[in-house]
Design a protein around this ligand. Structure first.
Ligand SMILES: *Cc1c(COP(=O)(O)O)cnc(C)c1O
Length: 452
């Protein structure tokens, strides 16, 4: 009979072996590995199964078909890997299996997340009295933030959303850049704002909202902006727009899923100037802070407003307004702030700045190397995102496919100004100069080999 401790030790050995393999395993699983996944397609067993056999199957079939997005050669989407201290802290927290809803459930989770929250406001230089809710994603954070925003704007107009609902409520107009991230659009859709009530402001060729095209703002306006547009890494013009929005009484929400971390750097904080004047922000830890999935934050200047909108107190579960269950969507969740705390402590202020600065410099090197190899870099590389095109649409598509199939790197296609492009995002602590040089070398060779 295998004991619980044998199983944990087996899992730990598998985990260590896997992480050791990251650098050299195929970045995207090959066809045989993917085909073998049919081994999971079994009927639900009627009887209990042997735990060791289950773990062995998981490792044998699942492991080879994973994407090595935690490794140094993955440049898709904006997917950081996990810092060792964050992964290891997460392992301990998993063993604790805490419900991090409030200090009643877990004094440890409550205390650690309070420290992580304080550090986040410090390193991101946002209003220090803001509420920080930890959750699964920037998407979930945006749902909390935009719900709070609407509730506050309606309350200021004399409408009690909790009691009166939305039917017959004063109209709230949403203003956002036309290229606002799809998850913000999803949240607006879920909240029932309706496309017709959204003003899509045109953007310039750097992916930033055009200031001249912003309509008049008022106290029934919800303005959503972004710090770090997915294709270009562009930042909306906060310093110009936010004072105006504030004066008008609008609510400003910032989607800073990855880009808000620029604020922690010395070299790129200028991009975020004025961002602290917003009302709410969302930011992921699982992207650029390099913590494990899922870890993200909603930050709200109006701490009470977030706590009221997200309140879930019940007779049997009372907590104060700063308890995590009253700051986010989840009533029960694991302590997502623990790996975030560990990452922030492990890196320190200078380490976070250094990582952001290093990735931006490496992205600059990608742009330089690919330009020299005959590619066209489509964006001004202000951050860690590089948007690239080859000579023709066919060549661009063929190169993306060949690069993915090489197993040496992975990045994904994108569309820019209605034509195919590809995007390289440098966001893993594991990625070093030698990986970037190998990437440039591979792409130079593919460009040479592929007909244009
Ligand atoms: C990834 C991303 C999101 C969504 O974040 P999740 O944590 O995946 O929900 C939102 N905005 C931008 C700009 C992103 O890159």
């Amino acid at each position: 009979m295998t004991t619980e401790f044998d199983l944990l030790a087996y899992a730990e050995r598998q985990a260590v072996d896997y992480v050791q393999s990251l650098e050299h395993r195929p970045v995207f699983p090959d066809e045989p590995a993917r085909r073998a996944l049919s081994g999971f397609d079994e009927p639900l067993p009627e009887q209990p199964q042997d735990a060791a056999t289950i773990l062995e199957q998981l490792s044998r079939l699942g492991g080879p078909a994973t994407v090595a997005s935690a490794g140094p050669n993955y440049y898709g989407f904006v997917i950081g890997s996990s810092l060792p201290v964050a992964s290891a802290a997460e392992r301990i927290a998993l063993a604790w299996d805490q419900c991090a809803s409030s200090a009643v459930n877990s004094p440890a989770a409550d205390a650690i997340e309070r420290t992580a929250a304080r550090w986040l406001l410090d390193i991101l230089d946002l209003p220090r009295n803001s509420a920080v809710g930890f959750g699964t994603s920037a998407t979930a954070g945006a749902l909390s933030a935009l719900t709070t925003a609407r509730r506050v704007l309606l309350a200021r107009a004399g409408w009690d959303m909790d009691r009166q609902g939305l039917a017959g409520a004063p109209a709230i107009r949403v203003v956002c850049p036309e290229n606002i991230h799809i998850t913000v659009r999803k949240v607006l859709r879920l909240l029932g704002f309706g496309e017709d009530n959204i003003v899509n402001v045109p953007c310039d060729d750097r992916g930033r909202l055009c200031l001249d095209a912003v309509p008049a703002l008022n106290d029934r306006t919800l303005l959503c902006l972004q710090a770090g547009e997915v294709n270009t890494g562009g930042f909306d013009p906060f310093a110009e727009l936010l004072p105006r929005a504030r004066k008008a009484g609008a609510w400003v929400h910032i989607d800073g899923a990855f880009g808000l971390w620029a604020r922690a750097s010395n070299t790129h904080a200028y991009l975020t100037e004025g961002i602290d004047l917003a009302d709410s922000w969302t930011v992921d830890a699982h992207k650029w802070l390099n913590t494990p999935y899922d870890g993200a934050m909603v930050i709200c200047r109006h701490a009470d407003a977030l706590a009221q909108a997200m309140n879930s107190d019940a007779d049997y579960a009372q907590a104060d307004p700063t308890a995590q269950k009253n700051l986010g969507l989840e009533f029960s969740r694991r302590a997502r702030g623990i790996p975030i705390w560990a990452a922030l402590k492990g890196l320190g202020r200078q380490g976070v700045a250094g990582m952001v600065e290093r990735h931006c410099a490496l992205a600059g090197r990608v742009a330089e190397g690919l330009s020299a190899a005959g590619y066209r870099v489509l964006n001004e590389v202000v951050l860690n995102q590089v948007l690239v095109r080859a000579d023709t649409d066919e060549q661009t598509r063929a190169i993306v496919q060949a690069a993915q199939q090489s197993g040496q790197v992975w990045f994904g296609p994108s569309v820019w100004q209605n034509r195919p492009a590809f995007r390289i995002s440098v966001s893993s602590w594991r990625t070093e100069e030698r990986h970037i040089e190998a990437l440039i070398g591979l792409l130079a060779r593919l460009k040479h080999e592929m007909p244009s």
